[in-house]
Design a protein around this ligand. Structure first.
Ligand code: 5RP
Length: 290
């Protein structure tokens, strides 16, 4: 493998254990100001030192991340549709490789929409992006996106999508966790990373990360299950303990609860969904009592 490409890949997937904790904060590219990511700088800053890399768009990178902080960047370069538009699969490449080089990124990321109206366009875009990025030794991460059709997330569909992404030359594939996840990993010849998906209760999110790694995932690229938690720092540290520390779910959850006690919510001003957050805090307290 080309030296530059291998060097960049090893910034994302750590060579000592072959695992990765990526923090996904690219949601605004189609969701706008997602809950708890309304002010990206505030969300990202406390989490930076606990992630191996950051996945985001160039707009949020430029405005919300200190260029002097040495976090490897996985730059989302696809987009073109919004949650209120006609068709989420209608994406094209929106950021040039030249700009990505200027931003000193470690990898590029784009979504493919297998089985959708725009399957062909997104797959051909992936092929072209790999051609262009490899010229400069930059790896490409393909996201097997499902748009609004979350029910598509089963082993049959995700194996198909992941394998196609790898066949087109993606160096890493990001997908969703599902039952029989081993099938997805085993039939994909490049590292598979999981997204967290919509917010779950913390123990369930840790279980998801643990099951994925146990089934062979190279790690996580998690967003909402970290920064929509009332306790984002304890959550990313617990996820990290699963991915890099080999701890089991209960050990990770114990760590999470201990860190919650040590990190009172002093920086978390009340958020718009105060009621919801209050309930979440109550859930954590209730669990502690059990
Ligand atoms: C959207 C993405 C997101 O980065 C991805 O969904 C990860 O975030 P979350 O863990 O919140 O699902 O690639 O296509």
């Amino acid at each position: 493998m080309d030296w530059g490409l291998q060097n960049r890949l090893s910034r994302i997937i750590k060579p000592n254990d072959g695992k990765a904790v990526m923090l996904a904060v690219d949601h605004g590219y189609f969701l706008g100001p997602t809950e708890s990511l309304e002010q990206p700088k505030k969300t990202i800053h406390p989490l930076l030192k606990y992630c191996d890399s950051l996945m985001l768009t160039r707009g949020i990178l430029r405005t919300s991340v200190d260029a002097r902080f040495p976090v490897p960047v996985v730059l989302r370069v696809s987009g073109g549709s919004s949650i209120i538009g006609q068709d989420l699969s209608n994406e094209k490449i929106t950021t040039s490789v030249k700009d990505a080089i200027r931003l000193n990124v470690s990898a590029l990321a784009m979504s493919i929409f297998v089985g959708s109206k725009n399957e062909h366009n997104t797959l051909v875009s992936l092929g072209h992006l790999v051609n262009d990025a490899e010229e400069y030794g930059i790896p490409v991460l393909a996201v097997t996106a499902v748009g609004k059709e979350l029910e598509k997330r089963d082993a049959r569909y995700l194996s198909l999508s992941c394998r196609i992404a790898a066949e087109f030359g993606a160096h890493i594939v990001k997908t969703y966790y599902c039952d029989n996840f081993e099938k997805v990993v085993d039939s994909c010849p490049v590292p598979v990373i999981i997204a967290g998906g919509p917010k779950l209760e913390e123990h369930a999110a840790l279980e998801l990360a643990h099951n994925a790694v146990k089934a062979g995932a190279a790690g996580v690229d998690m967003g909402r299950n970290i920064w929509q938690s009332v306790y984002p720092v304890p959550m990313i540290r617990a996820v990290r303990a699963i991915v890099h520390g080999n701890v089991n779910v209960n050990e990770a959850y114990d760590l999470f609860k201990r860190l919650c006690k040590e990190n009172p919510l002093k920086n978390n001003k009340p958020k718009p969904q105060t009621q919801k957050l209050k309930n979440k805090s109550k859930n954590i307290k209730q669990k502690k009592k059990k």
